[in-house]
Design a protein around this ligand. Structure first.
Ligand SMILES: [Zn+2]
Ligand SMILES: [Zn+2]
Length: 145
């Protein structure tokens, strides 16, 4: 017998949060000012990201699983700017790729080539992290800094 019991949606919070979108990320995306831009430095890539600090950092830490170095987020235009001329010219638009990151979403403002490279690395990072989290020594999440 196959008992598929659809677990009833639990609404402990009467917050009408859209799944996969964090208010702070959404706000950053609605009005992308220069100050909302973060830059992800990952190997040779310098990619502008739009989102709240929290989710941009999560995005970066997932990407960090795909590099021997670490993925760094800077809150200001890095010295030398964005190295790829095409990435530099990408304007903000609502059509920009938005990558769901846990409960938020981060906009990737890069040229199509680097955008897909970054997204691939993000997915690879997720997979690596998933495998690592199967490790029984898994920590309980927030370890304060
Ligand atoms: Zn967010
Ligand atoms: Zn590019």
């Amino acid at each position: 017998m196959d008992q598929t019991d659809p677990s009833p949606p639990r609404s402990d919070d009467s917050d009408d949060r859209v799944p996969g979108s964090c208010g702070a990320c959404a706000a950053a995306m609605r009005s992308p000012t220069r100050s909302e831009l973060s830059f992800l430095l990952l190997d040779h890539l310098t990619v502008p990201l739009v989102g709240c600090t929290d989710h941009v950092e999560r995005f970066a830490s997932v990407c960090g699983y795909t590099t021997a170095d670490s993925a760094t987020v800077v809150e200001h235009r890095p010295a030398g700017g964005v190295s790829c001329p095409s990435c530099r010219l990408v304007p903000y638009s609502p059509d920009q790729l938005v990558v769901p990151v846990e409960s938020g979403a981060v906009g990737v403002l890069a040229c199509p080539e680097h955008r897909s490279e970054l997204v691939e690395r993000f997915h690879a990072g997720l997979e690596t992290r998933r495998q690592l989290s199967i490790d029984p020594t898994e920590s309980t999440g927030h370890v304060g800094r």
